[in-house]
Design a binder for this molecule. Structure first.
Ligand SMILES: Cc1ncc(C[n+]2csc(CCOP(=O)(O)OP(=O)(O)O)c2C)c(N)n1
Ligand SMILES: [Mg+2]
Length: 1088
């Protein structure tokens, strides 16, 4: 438009210039001479403007010299000028009538997408004389068309702001009551001028167009960026506005014009604008009604039977159930076979019952106070997961549906669902997400409030984390507990976070079921077409309080008054369908009664149940994993020497095409030193790890290592991806090329999100037990930004949801003078959450170690040798069950010359050493040893050095506790017994209130002096439990047995502490103080 203006302003009358022109006969004089003083010319068919000849730019003062030149050149050789000049001069010479001399040049290129040939709009000039070439097409006509185009665009961009999204009709989903003025329909009522507009210029144009009723009937050609016309190429302004209103301002408000893809924008425009696109046949309508009846009936049944029970009902958003089913139906139709879902409390039971079709009996038993038939502490009913395989009756295809169990912590399950989905895609070879997809549900307050939502969105398009598009559904009941959205978010919509990944967002009024179904269909099709995230924001309300026993009128009196007078969507929709003649009132009643009967029957059956079964709620069944396994048998973790040599050599060699693949000189040195180690039959930390991974890969196990900068390793020790130094993206991953038929290896640098990525890897580990899934922290202390995943899922997941995971968390940990934030992985926190009883020494037997592992919630270890690291990684897979492994990992030890292990400690018949006993001179005369120092991890090397410097090798024995939890009572006891006269000491580098001290101290006491008698009676202590039943053995012994094994002694042996004093911060920032503290602790430990 600006350009039009500029051109028009530049136009000046031609005649005066011509009269004043001097010199021989010039083209202008010739023009005058021919008496052609006033006529109109079409300037260009593609330049969007026209002007009378007297205002022709090529005949104005500044261009007349140029025109003259053209004319003279043409006289000399007509071919020497552009064809347009040639035709103009030729026509003029031939005496063409005014306005007819100029002919537009032949089109050199097809008009652009948004270019409308002037000739083509000529027929749509609202009844004015069609201007054939040379007719009158003035600026107004062009501008009117442009204005219409701008109106269309305004609706597409901002129509959602005035869509009627709130079923209560009291507030606006974007928290803004003002209508964007450029959305014209309401403002541009006939005879009225708009107050403001998108651009002043357009405002004038559109306003002037609509000053008269007749203008509304003027016909305009439609641009290619709209589909409102269907097959029609032009429409009256009235119809254009009506259709735009229908598409963008009724019960669907769509945000999509920020997407930087014309193809994707057009795709959505087509789905919303095409005439009749929302029409449904009667069968489809009846299906919605039936689903809505079930969703509504389920909640009212629960309300009737358990009126005072919390269930976080769906009343006010019952449409969620048909909505989810629509997404599922459409996705199944498009090829999806498995859907992994994550959702919060709201409507969860309804989803399990009516989307997953979980047997109602199982759901109803959760309301009864029944004993659990399995191990574990269980969870409340609205957190449990489920897994179901069934036939989708609409598509007649089999479908697997899993709802991932989740804690109360809103949105925390999001990355877990994504990880589980990704893993399922991976194992199915579904590289594009065509077979497996995730469906995430959110509450409005949580979706915009919880940072993990943003972190999860940022995984959505990363090569090793994408799930190829997630459908998000927000149950936007316009409240979070008691808080109004105006106090819980700063963004207009609760869904704005999704804009960061260019996800289209469909806001929809929950009381218009057909609109909801329409957007669900589009969302499923969007995912199938583009494999990107999409959001459906169901704007609804919450009929009850936050839960059923909560009083909402305390805080939202006006809203709830309105809600009281709002009839349920089922009633509204049934009435509508009755009016339309789609169903009869009798049919409506019949469907309702039938469902109630089903509920009643299940209720009766549920009463016959005597136990609840946690395993009924398992979201990741590992079929075939437990069956046929000896529950006490751990496969060997040592491997053949050949294997070590083979892997070692591969890890020490450049890529096979080394001549072309230029690697960094530093890497060459690393490979060389690796090769020297292999030849010397030793490994350092990195090589030990590679051997663990490589040997598992050899066995067909999938290994995945994920985390920030893990490919190289934060400490530049790993180098699992070699980079060609001169070719971008040319890489070589040695562990992917170990054996021809090996398991797949994935190593991936992650986004900088601990919460998101730990959650993701946990989800990944849930899908298949035969995979080693490791997450490594940059430094161990960063694990606490994933605290929720650690607390809510990793440490307690099995107890709550009978779900196992073998996830490995690698946490660099050690006090090395690097300051407070790069030192501690907060070992104490993990140990504090370990579930083994400090006062209980389990009965000693051959299977002591494996029983302990079975009974605990996770394993916490701090290895001091590469061989032990190798074994503990391999043991994760060798165990007959899965437990998370929390591993403190080294920093300086990665390069410590003593922190190396011989192949002899990794070959067959070797295993993970829970305790590494003293092996030096002190063992020669143990009864003469004065002190036995226990420690864990890197401090061992400091202690050893100090002992050596003080010449105390015969006086002090040092034992390393490598597996801290479950506590190796048996081995500690043995080591203590070996040195009967030694004082006992626990040495650690962490502060006294940190590290392992508070965990080990009571356990040492129990080891040395028997049970303290403070052990509370365990619920179902002797029951065999689910896994016990499964494995056919008991999970523990009685208190009595323990006491007999370890009667209290008369002279208790105690363990003392050598380490830093208590502290608030994990480490000092001063190097000097660090060294002073280290010296003090070593002195204390070595004091005899
Ligand atoms: C991380 C977290 N913080 C606080 C809570 C407590 N809480 C439970 S439900 C709820 C409100 C959630 O509102 P919304 O997301 O809109 O879901 P709605 O209950 O409205 O369906 C809150 C604050 C929680 N469960 N999780
Ligand atoms: Mg809410």
């Amino acid at each position: 438009m600006h350009r039009v203006r500029t051109v028009l302003n530049n136009l000046v009358p031609l005649a005066p210039l011509i009269h004043n022109a001097a010199g021989p006969e010039r083209f202008a004089s010739w023009l005058l001479r021919s008496g052609k003083t006033s006529y109109t010319v079409l300037v260009s068919i593609t330049r969007h403007y026209n002007a009378p000849v007297q205002t022709e730019p090529f005949l104005n003062g500044s261009s007349s010299a140029y025109v003259e030149e053209m004319y003279n050149a043409w006289l000399a050789d007509p071919k020497s000028v552009h064809v347009s000049w040639d035709s103009f001069f030729r026509n003029s010479s031939a005496g063409a009538a005014p306005g007819q001399a100029y002919q537009p040049p032949p089109s050199l290129a097809a008009p652009g997408r948004n270019q409308v040939p002037v000739t083509s709009i000529a027929p749509y000039l609202g009844g004015s004389a069609a201007p054939a070439l040379g007719g009158q097409i003035n600026e107004k006509i062009i501008d009117d068309h442009l204005a219409v185009q701008a109106i269309i665009r305004s609706y597409q961009i901002r129509g959602h702001h005035i869509a009627k999204l709130d079923p209560l009709g009291i507030s606006s989903a974007d928290l803004d009551d003002k209508h964007p003025p450029e959305l014209l329909y309401s403002h541009y009522s006939f005879g009225k001028r708009p107050s403001t507009t998108y651009s002043q210029h357009l405002q004038q144009k559109v306003a002037s167009m609509m000053e008269h009723e007749a203008d509304m009937d003027r016909v305009f050609k439609l641009p290619s960026t709209t589909f409102i016309g269907g097959k029609e190429k032009a429409l009256s302004l009235r119809e254009i506005l009506r259709r735009l209103e229908t598409a963008y301002c009724r019960h669907i408000g769509c945000e999509f014009m920020f997407i930087n893809s014309l193809e994707q924008c057009n795709w959505i425009r087509q789905k919303l604008e095409s005439p009749g696109i929302m029409e449904m046949d009667n069968d489809e309508k009846r299906l919605i009604l039936a689903r809505l009846t079930r969703a509504t009936g389920f909640e009212s049944f629960l309300a009737k039977k358990w009126s005072s029970e919390k269930r976080f009902g769906l009343e006010g958003c019952e449409i969620l159930i048909p909505a989810m089913k629509q997404v599922i139906d459409k996705s199944t139709e498009l090829g999806v076979e498995s859907i992994v879902m994550g959702m919060p409390h709201r409507g969860r039971l309804n989803v399990l019952a009516n989307v997953c079709r979980k047997p109602l009996e199982q759901i109803f038993t959760q309301f009864a106070a029944l004993e659990a038939a399995d191990d574990g502490s269980g969870d409340v009913k609205y957190h449990l997961g489920t897994y179901i395989e069934r036939l989708n009756r609409v598509t007649n295809k089999n479908i697997r549906l899993a709802v991932v169990a989740n804690p109360s912590h809103l949105e925390a399950a999001d990355p877990v669902v994504q990880g589980k989905t990704r893993a399922e895609q991976f194992y199915r070879g579904d590289g594009e997400g065509k077979k497996v997809m995730s469906l995430l549900l959110h509450g409005d307050a949580a979706f915009c409030g919880q940072g993990i939502v943003y972190e999860t969105f940022h995984l959505s398009d990363l090569p090793d984390y994408t799930t190829h598009g997630t459908v998000h559904i927000v149950v936007n009941n316009q409240i979070g507990f008691t808080t109004d959205p105006r106090h819980s978010r700063s963004s207009p919509y609760c869904t704005d976070v999704a804009r960061v990944v260019n996800a289209p967002i469909f806001h929809v009024n929950s009381d218009d079921p057909e609109s909801v179904m329409h957007v669900c269909k589009i969302a499923a099709e969007w995912r199938a077409a583009f494999h990107k995230d999409v959001v459906i924001d169901i704007v609804c309300y919450r009929r009850n309080g936050h839960n059923e026993i909560d009083e909402p009128m305390f805080t939202q009196p006006l809203m709830y008054r309105k809600i009281k007078h709002t009839s349920p969507v089922l009633d509204k929709y049934s009435e509508r369908l009755i009016q339309e003649g789609v169903v009869t009132p009798e049919e409506v009643k019949d469907v309702k009664d039938k469902y109630e009967k089903i509920c009643e029957e299940s209720y009766v059956n549920a009463h016959k149940e005597t136990h609840i079964k946690y395993k009924d709620w398992l979201d990741s069944p590992w079929s075939g994993f437990f069956e046929g396994k000896d529950p006490l048998k751990v496969s060997p973790t040592g491997v053949k020497e050949d294997t070590l040599v083979h892997i070692g050599k591969r890890m020490s060699s450049p890529p096979p095409n080394a001549a072309e693949f230029i690697i960094h000189k530093g890497i060459e040195r690393i490979l060389k030193s690796r090769m020297e180690m292999v030849e010397a039959r030793i490994v350092d930390w990195a090589l030990g790890e590679a051997m663990a991974f490589g040997s598992l890969l050899k066995e067909g196990i999938h290994v995945r290592l994920s985390g920030q900068d893990v490919e190289r390793g934060t400490f530049s020790h790993r180098h699992h991806v070699l980079h060609h130094q001169t070719v971008d993206k040319a890489t070589y991953k040695p562990l992917c090329h170990m054996y021809p038929d090996q398991g797949p290896y994935t190593v991936c640098n992650s986004s900088l999100s601990e919460f998101g990525v730990v959650g993701f890897e946990l989800g990944y580990s849930m899908t298949n037990p035969n995979a080693l899934v490791c997450w490594e922290a940059q430094f161990g202390d960063f694990n606490n930004t994933a605290q929720c995943i650690i607390d809510q899922f990793i440490s307690s997941g099995q107890a709550k949801w009978v779900r196992q995971s073998g996830l490995v968390m690698l946490l660099p940990h050690a006090l090395e003078g690097m300051g407070p934030e790069h030192s501690s992985a907060r070992l104490e926190r993990f140990l504090q959450m370990s579930s083994d009883d400090p006062d209980y020494f389990p009965p000693e037997s051959e299977e002591f170690a494996v029983r302990q592992l079975h009974d605990i919630n996770w394993i916490v270890a701090n290895c001091s040798t590469p061989a032990n690291y190798f074994h503990i990684l391999r043991r994760q897979i060798a165990l007959p069950f899965r437990k998370p492994l929390i591993l403190m990992t080294p920093k300086s030890l990665l390069r410590h010359p003593e922190a190396r292990s011989s192949f002899d400690l990794m070959t067959e018949n070797t295993e993970f050493l829970r305790v590494i006993p003293e092996e030096g001179p002190a063992t020669e005369n143990p009864s003469a040893v004065k002190k036995l120092v226990y420690c864990s991890g890197k401090v061992y090397y400091d202690l050893k050095k100090a002992r050596n410097e003080k010449n105390l090798e015969k006086d002090i024995a040092i034992a390393r506790v490598e597996q801290i939890s479950p506590f190796p009572y048996d081995l500690v006891k043995k080591e203590c017994a070996k040195y009967p006269n030694a004082a006992l000491c626990w040495a650690q580098e962490e502060a006294k209130n940190q590290g392992a001290w508070t965990y080990v101290q009571p356990r040492f006491n129990t080891t040395l002096n028997g049970a303290s008698g403070v052990r509370p009676r365990r619920h179902r202590e002797n029951s065999e439990g689910f896994f016990g039943k499964f494995f056919g053995w008991h999970s523990g012994l009685t208190e009595n047995a323990t006491s007999q094994l370890h009667p209290p002694t008369s002279t208790p042996r105690v363990i003392s502490y050598a380490g830093r004093p208590t502290a608030a911060s994990p480490a000092t920032g001063s190097k000097m103080q660090h060294l002073r503290e280290l010296t003090a602790l070593l002195d204390d430990a070595m004091a005899v």
